[in-house]
Design a protein around this ligand. Sequence first.
Ligand code: 2F8
Ligand code: CA
Length: 329
Amino acid sequence: MKALESEVPDAHFTVDKQNVSLWPQEPPRKTGPCLGLGRCLTVRAAVVLLTLLLVASVLLQAILYPWFMGTISDIKTSAQLLQGRVDNVSTLRSEIKRNSGGVEAAGVQVQMVNASLDHVHSQIRRLETSVKEADARLQMLTSRWEEVAKLNAQIPELKRDLDKASALNAKVRELQSGLGNISKMLKQQNDILQMISRGWKYFRGNFYYFSLIKKTWYSAQQFCLSRDSHLTSVTSESEQEFLYKMTGGLTYWIGLTKAGSEGEWYWVDDTPFDKVQSTRFWIPGEPNNAENNEHCANIKKSSLQSWNDVSCDNALLFICKRPYVPSEP
Ligand code: 2F8
Ligand code: CA
């Protein structure tokens, strides 16, 4: 090896535009031939090859480096984009995880909303049914309303008819009342006529019976009682006048007595005896209770002053009196 180093000087090379030259430390003399032909070729070939390799390397570097660097840059960019997307995916995943609970809750709420919607839907159907029914009823009411409107239109005429009917009804009631009164009067007249046909006289609400036979005062009262009456009382001047005019001058028992009392006059039909008002009906000087035995009174004269007291045992004509009580219809 040392021998070779000593024999071969350090190689230097230059590259110009057309040639690649390889020479020792001291450029060889061009005039000197290679020491050995084979070795020289080999060296030259090696030099050429190395040169070519170097050139190729330089060219490759010159060409491929930008491409390579661009590719790396693209790869970096892609990697950065990918990293960004991975980050986005991670963010999205965490958000999805975070929102999964919300999604589940939202799902439950959606189910609830769906249930509510079903309920609302069924209610809407029911409402639709109700609306249809209401519509049918409304139509029915409308038709009835029209009927009512027609009837309302007839109201004025009906009111006039009603007024006429009311007036007629009032007249009918008036006539009925009149008829009732007439019927009542006819009934009363019939009652009076029946009593008159049996010999009774009628005067201002009372019937009077003027006997045809004579009796003692007590027997006469018993007879009157058997005819739902009493010996007559006299309570007014008109009644007194009626009675004395009917006697025709004959003497009749009346229902005035003091028998059984302590000297006080009383009416046998329980009418209160007005001593003062009755004074005008006595014959002047009467009652004198002649022989201390005159305890019953009669109508002796045909005048306002017609009463006389006599013994109750005398037999005289007598007058019965019965109040007229209209019978029920
Ligand atoms: O003068 C009055 C007197 O007249 C009669 O008696 C005489 C009467 N008696 C009879 O009628 C029975 C009395 O009563 C009367 O007071
Ligand atoms: Ca007398």
